[in-house]
Each structure stands twice: as structure tokens, then as C-alpha cells.
Design a protein around this ligand. Structure first.
Ligand code: LIP
Length: 272
């Protein structure tokens, strides 16, 4: 946990101090709006160098450069800037996320040992270690007690492809009249950490990658949240739902009923 925090803060300083007034897109990934900036790449390179110099035997799985396997049994799971679109537009809700896991670096089977999510612009820093609790800037945090769904503030997010968004729009349209309100912060790592400290009552999102989830998931679970998928599956790409156990039970039932872990059929595009 201490190493994750130190390196996340180091990368945070690079991202904050190195942000040009106008950020350009360096490349795109799953769609023209799924962007990478030069700073995503620079931040990941710094994180890899720092972790490798401290723990050369460990593996590293990063959003931009993929997996470099290690021999120690520990793999670092790294998102150099979670909330890249916010970074691109200068919306101050993006974070560096670093976690250490054992097992295959896959949410379905891994064990997260420790993690840190560092909000770059305001400096808030969430940390957690397995069995040691969760902290915001060093102070212990707890998830809210369950409230009726109608009084619950729910966080969520949307993917980068039209097909995925048609399905997500159908789900959020059904949920909106049933909850207090919806928040779309734009960083899954910050969504889950905000939930862990009581700033949200529940969170769900389809499409999270291992690096969006790793550090923030242990912050949420060590703060007392249930973090799961649908149909008895663990949290992961198909769906991630988090919150106090009771609320998660209700939200999971609703999302299963809406087939929220399934994208719209190909023929049903936005103009169909
Ligand atoms: C982002 C997630 C966010 C999701 C976005 C994107 P990125 O990660 O944190 O929750 O809604 O679509 O996946 O791409 O900024 O690392």
C-alpha cells in the first residue's frame, strides 16, 4: 500500500504539472472517442520505472502497454490516468490508480492485496490493504448504511461504442425514476472510492477493465462495500455493482431483470 501511494503521488505530480493548456489526442483505441494522450503514456512509463526499480521481480499490467509478467507472484495493475476524457477537457476528475494483486491479473480470479487511487487535481488519496481497512488521506472511511433505492444516489458510467451505449441508455432510463439521482463522474476508480467514503450510495457500470477496477475495488471492500457482478459472477467487464450489501442485492436484481450485462443486438443501433 505504501509503495502504491508513493508511486501514484509521483505520477500525479507529473500529470498535474505537465498538463499543457491544450491537450491533444495521441491515439484512439476501441473507438474514435476512446482516446489516449501523451500523458497517459508518460505517466505509465514513470510508474513502470518506479515499480520495477523497487520490485524488479513483480509483473505489471498497465492500460496502455499491457502485461509484463513477473516471477514473484505479485502483479501491479496500473491505470496511468483513469478518466482520460476528463483530463482531455480539463474536468478535474481523473486519477492515478495502482494496485498489487496475486494470481492471474484478472478480476475473476485475482486477490487484490493493496491499492491506491490518487485524484490528480485536488490531491485526495484513497488507500487500502487487505484486512487493514480503507483510508482517505490517511483517515479511515466507511460506506454508507443502506437506504431505500429511491433515496440512493447512484454512480455509473458509459462505454465508448454506440452499441454499448444503446444498451446502457436503456438501463439508465429504467433506473432513473427509481433512485434519488444518477452521477456520471467519468472515472470508475473515483466513483468507487467516492462510494467507499459515503459520497455515493451505490455504483454500477458495464465494461470496466482490470485497471479501472483493481485499486478502487479494494478501497470499496475494505470500507465495507459489497463489490460484485451479476448472476453470481465476480465484478468485472460484464458488470460491476458496488454498495452496502442490501442495496447491492436490490440493484443486482433490477440489473439482471434488465439484462444489463448484455449489449444491444447489432441491428438495433441508435438511429434504428
Ligand atoms: C474510464 C472509466 C469510466 C468509464 C469510461 C472509461 P479511462 O476509463 O473510468 O468509468 O465510464 O468509459 O472507461 O478510459 O478514462 O481509463
Amino acid at each position: 500500500m505504501a509503495l502504491a501511494e508513493r508511486v501514484a503521488r509521483e505520477a500525479g505530480t507529473l500529470v498535474r504539472e505537465g498538463r499543457p493548456r491544450r491537450v491533444d489526442v495521441a491515439a484512439t483505441k476501441s473507438s474514435p472517442i476512446d482516446v489516449v494522450t501523451a500523458m497517459d503514456l508518460a505517466s505509465e512509463a514513470l510508474i513502470r520505472r518506479s515499480l520495477a526499480s523497487e520490485r524488479p521481480q513483480d509483473g505489471i499490467l498497465g492500460e496502455e502497454e499491457g502485461l509484463v509478467a513477473g516471477t514473484s507472484g505479485v502483479t501491479w495493475v496500473v491505470d496511468p490516468i483513469d478518466g482520460t476524457v476528463n483530463y482531455l477537457y480539463g474536468i478535474p476528475a481523473y486519477a492515478v490508480s495502482i494496485a498489487a494483486v496475486t494470481g492471474t491479473p484478472d478480476p475473476a480470479t485475482w486477490t487484490v492485496l493493496a491499492g491506491c487511487v490518487h485524484a490528480v487535481e485536488d490531491g485526495r488519496t484513497w488507500t487500502a490493504a487487505l484486512g487493514h481497512g480503507a483510508f482517505l488521506d490517511g483517515a479511515p472511511i466507511r460506506v454508507n448504511d443502506a437506504r431505500p433505492l429511491a433515496e440512493s444516489l447512484v454512480g455509473t458510467g458509459f462505454g465508448y461504442t454506440e452499441r454499448r451505449r444503446v444498451a446502457q441508455a436503456r438501463v439508465v432510463a429504467d433506473l432513473l425514476p427509481r433512485v434519488r439521482d444518477i452521477r456520471r463522474i467519468g472515472s470508475a476508480a473515483m466513483d468507487l472510492c467516492t462510494l467507499a467514503g459515503g459520497g455515493l450510495d451505490a455504483y454500477y457500470e458495464r465494461g470496466l477493465s482490470p485497471w479501472d477496477l483493481a485499486a478502487a475495488a479494494i478501497v470499496a471492500t475494505e470500507a465495507g462495500a459489497t463489490v460484485t457482478g451479476l448472476r453470481g459472477a465476480p465484478a468485472g467487464q460484464a458488470m460491476t455493482v458496488a454498495g452496502p450489501a442490501e442495496t447491492v442485492g436490490r440493484l443486482v436484481a433490477l440489473l439482471e431483470g434488465l439484462d444489463a450485462d448484455d449489449d444491444a443486438p447489432a441491428e438495433q443501433d441508435a438511429v434504428g
